[in-house]
Design a protein around this ligand. Structure first.
Ligand SMILES: Nc1ncnc2c1ncn2[C@@H]1O[C@H](COP(=O)(O)OP(=O)(O)OP(=O)(O)O)[C@@H](O)[C@H]1O
Ligand SMILES: [Mg+2]
Length: 337
């Protein structure tokens, strides 16, 4: 028997949903391998735990970076173990619907399709992430009024104008949580002379990163390595400095939204903006971001209950809606070739 699985393989997280069952898999999108043998030992949370226990002989690879495939081998290992984690076996193959960015090339789609087929998928189909998210927000694929979807994740931000189950236009930038973390690391090194890991910069951002200048904590203590002496040091970093860095990146996201609105025909832009923005991806959860971008654009902003699973949930809904209609599915599906 074949099971239906909806997949979203992101730069930081991989999420899988089974129609009728909900989210069945949600883990960090990374593959941990043995440095000496090059063999993959684990993925996701398990991989992170093993890596922290044995950092000397293990290393991690991210299959997707900046929203694009960065490592084909790692992608194959990840899809194999994700499908297995979803219950796929030799006698229990899967029909996979993969949610992808409209910027993905047909080469990338073929690579994802081949990796999934080798991992136990009997068929692989594609839908754009923004269309899936709009379906999960209750927007019908027959709705000409459509929606504006802003997906701000770890590796990329994609702004899409969606109408009738398709992408009218989009604007994508390789800016998201990872970019903010990089900017925080650069600031700490250049202004404070301290070197921190990407894990630490992400922790700082999650603790005090904000779109408002009224942070919950005035400052945060940061442990790192002194850039000149190499010694372990602790410095106090003002939340206002982290706010300034985040704001610069959030302004890049704002520019992408404004750029997308400027590209689409005015009457459609009017329709889409009348409905407001659907803000998704992990960065949608950043303190004050939804309110900040809504005020700047003078638009209503809706953030789904879980902005990191709404894509696969919408994909699962799409499979349920189009169950017996191939034509209906084809209207929404993105092609591989
Ligand atoms: N509560 C939160 N506040 C701020 N940022 C958050 C929060 N929760 C998650 N994030 C950030 O969201 C990002 C992950 O988002 P998401 O899961 O949408 O990315 P992804 O789908 O894996 O990546 P991409 O789609 O860009 O390839 C990370 O940078 C993470 O730190
Ligand atoms: Mg994503």
């Amino acid at each position: 028997m074949a099971i239906d699985i909806v997949l979203d393989i992101g730069s930081q997280n991989v999420v899988a949903c089974i129609p009728g069952k909900g989210v069945v898999f949600r883990e960090p999108s990374l593959v941990v391998y043995d440095v000496a043998t090059k063999e993959v030992v684990a993925i996701g949370e398990n991989g992170l735990r093993m890596l922290s226990e044995d950092p000397g002989s293990l290393a991690a690879k991210r299959p997707v970076e900046g929203g694009a495939i960065a490592d084909m081998g790692a992608l194959g290992s990840l899809t194999r173990l994700v499908l297995r984690g979803c219950g796929v076996a030799r006698l229990n193959r899967a029909r996979v619907l993969t949610c992808i960015s409209p910027s993905s090339s047909s080469l990338e789609r073929r690579a994802v399709r081949d990796a999934l087929r080798r991992s136990g998928a009997s068929s692989v189909r594609f839908v754009s992430e923004a269309v899936a998210a709009s379906i999960s927000a209750g927007i019908s694929i027959d709705d000409a009024m459509g929606a504006m979807v802003v997906d701000a994740g770890a590796g990329k931000t994609c702004v899409s104008a969606v109408s009738l189950g398709g992408i009218i236009d989009y604007e994508e930038i390789r800016v998201g949580g990872d970019y903010m973390d990089g900017a925080i690391r650069t600031f700490l090194r250049q202004d404070r002379g301290i070197i921190v890991s990407s894990r630490v910069s992400a922790e700082i951002r999650l603790m005090v990163g904000s779109a408002t200048d009224t942070p919950a904590h005035e400052a945060v203590e940061v442990m790192g390595r002194d850039a000149s002496s190499g010694r372990q040091v602790t410095v106090v970093v003002k939340s206002a400095d982290i706010y300034a860095i985040c704001l610069e990146v959030l302004n890049m996201i704002f520019d992408a939204v404004a750029g997308c609105i400027a590209k689409i025909p005015p009457e459609l832009a009017y329709d889409l903006t009348a409905r407001g923005l659907l803000l998704i991806g992990g960065i949608a959860k950043m303190d004050g971001f939804a309110g900040w971008i809504g005020r700047k654009l003078d638009l209503a902003v809706a953030v789904p209950g879980d902005p990191q699973t709404c894509i696969v949930e919408g994909g699962a809904r799409l499979l349920q809606i189009t169950d017996h209609s191939r034509d209906l599915f084809e209207q929404v599906a993105m092609r591989c070739e």
